[in-house]
Design a protein around this ligand. Structure first.
Ligand code: PLP
Length: 442
């Protein structure tokens, strides 16, 4: 079968043996997809997006970007913080490579290319990058790999996602480390001071989000990591959100470890992530899972058996067969971002969230803003509450009006989170503001 076979042909050839009703239903669904967009990567190559400066009317440019996404146009999706919908070039790349791999019956590879693309995108060396499936996996690799003793203290925050809380809680149960959860300050300076004051002679590690899932506040991680280094404290950042939202440079941040994903703000395939391990810090974590690609050689025929050690790069932390289709999708997602420009994306994402934040607080004095207004602490997410109200009710109200948001239940915060990415528009924010204003009046 040719790799160029259409999606509809593929479905019809392969479903012949199935129940006829089932087949017709699936074929109808495939036709609907085709009616929406032809399944051809050429038509939606990132290169087909012109550059932003060519547009006098910026909104027209972002409308063109929006057209690159199959994302349901009858709804307003303001929850990229949970899931980043991919644009057509990524989806096409994944589906075509999946078909290709199974046509030629070879796994496909693309690990080196993916590691190179992510490192280049996030400003670090290739040797410092590992492939993972998600943020949680990277955090677990570091959490279990780092040697801590009973009674050693690890600083986390009261705004953790389970992906950073779970591994450390488990380590506290299994190995007796002590967790010190801190509440972040109202701005970068205060957050930095709180962290500094919480450090004791027993603090061995700081493992906090770069941007928490709760309020979207951008923490002053560069300052925190630099300070921690002077005290000999290891730093791990939960980077679920910033890559693809902010113009992240890992070398500049100066952390020991950074675990991120490609399935949120990078808009890549789901179940793709990465772990950055600063080359100076590689020795601080013991790899526990070994397999294809992790080692420098082994021999079971010698006595005793021979193990020549771990590779001197990020491959010591991932192993075995990878999914070439997903990896190619990650490379395409990065190409998509770079075509638009990391700075342009950060600016757009922040201007949408800033517009929302400013106009939201003007609606009613009972609206409590949880995300700082100061520029350095803002990204593409805004968290807020309404005094005396259960925020699940507002989430439901907005959901009934086709607007998807995220309710933050973590640590009883009871707030709503609005995420704004490049496929969103000011018109959508105006609609959201209008609904919130109506809700406050009701
Ligand atoms: C701050 C934060 N950390 C970790 C995670 C977990 O990410 P993953 O599902 O990629 O492991 C999330 C997911 O929403 C998150 O928001």
């Amino acid at each position: 079968m040719s790799a160029k076979i259409s999606f509809l042909q593929y479905i019809s050839r392969n479903l012949m043996k199935q129940d006829r009703r089932q087949f017709l239903l699936k074929a109808a669904a495939a036709s609907a997809v085709l009616a929406l967009r032809p399944f051809s990567s050429e038509a939606f190559s990132p290169n087909s997006i012109p550059s932003l400066p060519e547009f006098k009317d910026e909104e027209k440019y972002w409308k063109l970007v929006r057209d690159q996404f199959p994302l349901d146009k009858t709804k307003t999706f303001l929850n990229n913080g949970t899931m980043g919908p991919s644009p057509y070039p990524v989806i096409n790349e994944v589906t075509q490579e999946m078909l290709h791999v199974d046509t030629i019956a070879k796994y496909g590879g693309y690990e080196e290319e993916t590691v190179a693309a992510i490192s280049n995108f996030l400003g670090c060396e290739k040797e410092e990058m590992s492939i993972t499936r998600n943020v949680t996996e990277g955090i677990n690799i570091v959490c279990w790999g780092v040697k801590l003793n009973k009674g050693d203290e690890v600083i986390i925050t009261t705004h953790e996602h389970v992906g950073n809380a779970g591994p450390w809680l488990n380590k506290s149960v299994v190995q007796g480390i002590i967790l010190k959860p801190l509440s972040p300050g109202k701005d970068a300076q205060e957050t930095f001071e709180i962290i500094k004051k919480s450090i004791t002679s027993k603090t061995k590690m700081i493992s906090i989000p770069h941007v928490p899932c709760t309020t979207g506040q951008v923490y002053p991680v560069k300052e925190i990591c630099a300070y921690a280094r002077t005290k000999g404290i290891i730093t791990m950042l939960d980077g679920a959100h910033p890559p693809g939202m902010l113009n992240v440079n890992l070398t500049d941040i100066g952390c020991d470890f950074y675990s991120g994903c490609c399935h949120k703000w990078m808009l890549g395939p789901k179940g793709t992530g990465f772990l950055y391990v600063n080359k100076e810090s590689r020795k601080l974590i013991q790899p526990y899972y070994m397999g294809g690609g992790t080692d420098l050689g082994w021999d079971l025929l010698t006595t005793p058996v021979t193990f020549k050690g771990y590779v001197e790069n990020g491959h010591r932390f991932y192993y075995g067969t990878q999914n070439a289709a997903l990896l190619k999708g990650v490379i395409k997602a990065i190409e998509f971002h770079e075509t638009i420009g990391k700075d342009n994306i950060e600016k757009r994402v922040k201007s949408l969230s800033g517009y929302f934040q400013k106009n939201l607080v003007a609606i009613d004095s009972n609206i409590e803003m949880m995300t700082p207004f100061e520029e350095i602490s803002r990204g593409g997410q805004v968290g807020f509450k309404i005094k005396g109200k259960e925020m699940t009710a507002l989430q439901k109200y907005l959901g009934e009006r086709a607007i998807t948001t995220r309710y933050v239940a973590e640590n009883n915060l009871n707030n709503l989170r609005i995420s704004t990415h490049i496929y969103n528009s000011f018109a959508e924010i105006d609609t959201l503001l209008g609904h919130i204003a109506d809700y406050m009046k009701a």
